[in-house]
Write a new protein. Structure first.
Length: 308
């Protein structure tokens, strides 16, 4: 049976995306190449895995069974076949917002105490490369529910609204969660954590634009395609002359989760998790800097002063 890991990766990507074009884009290959790999796999197994009679491909019963098996076995196979790397290196993935203070503090702790080099790797992916074995551990915004991963909540922080400076909201000092429910929002469909269902049923926003990374997300906000919502630390890292960050009340907090594989984890993955939760001795945590530019802060302060 001349079947390799690439055929299995292609099938699993198609099973998750349920769209040949999207799956091919995710894998970085052409759609005809993806189709040939799927046909090769079906030919080797002697049974159909995908029903192509509908607009979007759906899995057959055999396809569902194979997908369930591969979701467990493929990461283990890739981990077992991955070339051994020096234990002095820990690849730390993140998707669209690295927690600078907490992450760099833990990085310094591991490098100074255990002499382990921490390499940060940005991957615009739901698990920041963990699922494909591209990283050894990851910092992910949002709760993670996957029995194959060891997960730990690292911190919770407030969210802030991102609006275009040309928006009618730009004259406001702050906005509320329910007010955003009457607006269109920008949604990160790849690694984002918010959807319209996170708002109350009687104040559910519409999706004005979809993005796959932080750059596309901010461009959509600046172009008045919708309002954005970010953790305050992420907003602080992405100032934009066309975007105004407004305090947001009533929003659920943003949750940062640390995750690493339960099977064959990196020898220092657990130690890095402990470093994330235990600030280095002698260092005092600083409050997150306001992502509001100085001019905007002065404007908000002037509005807040009582008039005589």
């Amino acid at each position: 049976m001349d079947i390799g890991l690439r055929h299995l990766r292609c099938f699993l990507a198609l099973a998750e995306e349920q769209h040949f074009t999207w799956a091919a884009d995710r894998l970085g290959i052409s759609q005809p190449t993806l189709s040939r790999h799927i046909q090769r796999l079906e030919g080797a197994l002697g049974r159909a895995l995908v029903d192509r009679s509908t607009r979007h491909p759906t899995l057959t019963a055999e396809g569902h069974r194979l997908r369930a098996d591969l979701q467990v076995l493929l990461p283990q196979m890739e981990s077992a076949l991955r070339p051994a790397e020096p234990q002095s290196s820990l690849r730390l993935g993140y998707a669209w917002g690295f927690p600078l203070r907490r992450g760099r503090q833990a990085q310094a702790t591991l490098e100074e105490r255990d002499l382990v080099l921490v390499q940060t790797v940005r991957r615009d992916d739901r698990t920041a490369g963990l699922r494909e074995g591209a990283v050894d551990a990851a910092l992910l915004w949002g709760a993670v529910h996957d029995p194959r991963l060891v997960t730990t909540e690292v911190l919770r922080e407030p969210r802030i609204a991102a609006v275009s400076r040309a928006s009618t909201l730009a004259v406001r000092e702050r906005v509320t969660w329910r007010e955003l429910g009457r607006r269109c929002i920008v949604v990160n469909t790849v690694s984002g954590t918010l959807t319209p269902q996170d708002w109350p049923a009687d104040a559910t926003p519409e999706i004005g634009a979809k993005a796959s990374n932080i750059e596309e997300y901010l461009h959509a906000v600046a172009g008045r395609r919708g309002v954005g919502v970010l953790p305050v630390s992420v907003a602080a890292q992405h100032p934009d002359p066309d975007i105004l960050y407004l305090p947001l009340s009533g929003a659920p907090p943003a949750v940062l989760t640390y995750a690493y594989p339960r099977t064959n984890p990196h020898p220092h993955a657990a130690a890095f998790g402990r470093a994330l939760q235990d600030p280095r001795p002698g260092r005092t945590a600083r409050p997150t800097a306001s992502p509001l530019p100085a001019a905007d802060r002065r404007r908000a302060e002037n509005r807040a002063r009582p008039r005589t």
